[in-house]
Design a protein around this ligand. Structure first.
Ligand code: ZN
Length: 203
């Protein structure tokens, strides 16, 4: 399986990092070795001094598809979760400055945190999904998918023009504003429509 992540999909987040708004989805990938599951602790890597959390709605692809048209894209996913796209912001800033790919900042071990998935049909409005991240009991990110620049279906249509999507692939759909650093001992709790789906510690 593969993990595809959308960057800059919420206006306020693009602005907080001084990034221009994209006219097409910006995406990058993480390997399967970056997965952290089962609410296991995240261990701060020693190659970065600035690991940021980014809470994102994650779609799980449910069937094989290539060149998927936007109007059929909804047939390719039926469950969603919430994940953390851990980012070595200091390394990413250096990559950006040098015009290099982001892999060392985005694809390291444990950088893709997921846990429980729920049926899309179980949320009140699949086009306006509320989600949030609490850090040590304080809500630091609050998002609603209606604020995405590119919808789930637009993202899937775009990605699948380049890359075949397979059952079990994950798509991180972008983070709202409020990203920031984590430190040892931090407790992260992420929820969708007030249902906690992810709950883990930084060690
Ligand atoms: Zn992200």
């Amino acid at each position: 399986m593969k993990i595809i992540c959308i960057g800059r999909n919420y206006v306020e987040h693009a602005r907080e990092l001084n990034n221009p708004l994209p006219s097409k989805p910006v995406f990058f990938m993480k390997p399967d070795s970056s997965l952290l599951i089962n609410n296991n602790p995240f261990f701060l890597p020693d190659f970065s001094n600035e690991i940021h959390y980014e809470a994102e709605i994650v779609l799980k692809i449910s069937r094989l598809g290539k060149n998927i048209q936007k109007q059929f894209a909804h047939r390719y996913y039926s469950t969603l979760g919430i994940g953390i796209d851990f980012t070595a912001r200091d390394l990413q800033d250096a990559c950006k400055k040098a015009g290099h790919p982001w892999e060392i900042a985005k694809s390291f071990d444990q950088s893709a945190v997921i846990n429980r998935f729920i049926p899309l049909a179980s949320v009140p409005d699949p086009l306006a999904i509320n989600f949030q991240l609490d850090l040590n009991g304080k809500t630091l990110q609050k998002g609603n998918t209606r604020d995405m620049i590119f919808s789930f279906d637009e993202i899937i249509a775009y990605i699948s023009t380049f890359i075949t999507l397979k059952t079990g692939d994950l798509i991180f759909t972008g983070t709202p504003s409020g990203v920031g650093p984590v430190k040892t001992g931090d407790h992260l709790v992420a929820s969708v429509e007030e249902q906690v789906l992810l709950d883990f510690y930084v060690r």
